[in-house]
Design a protein around this ligand. Structure first.
Ligand SMILES: [Zn+2]
Length: 64
């Protein structure tokens, strides 16, 4: 990769999620300091985020 600072698609996708999808689907709280816990498993990315306000677990699965 010639692009300075380029990271893997996994990292870019993770960053995208962290920036845009930290709003809790249950209470609407935006966890600005939160992170998605991402794991890769045989062609799927599994994202998990726990709301610090109401403890709702938000899980998303992406295929790539
Ligand atoms: Zn919540």
């Amino acid at each position: 990769m010639a692009i300075k600072g380029a990271r893997s698609p996994f990292d870019r996708l993770r960053q995208h999620y962290e920036e845009t999808m930290l709003r809790c689907p249950e209470c609407g709280f935006v966890d600005e300091d939160g992170t998605w816990n991402a794991t890769a498993d045989r062609g799927e990315l599994r994202y998990r985020h726990v709301c610090p306000r109401c403890d709702a677990v938000d899980t998303r699965v992406l295929s790539y």
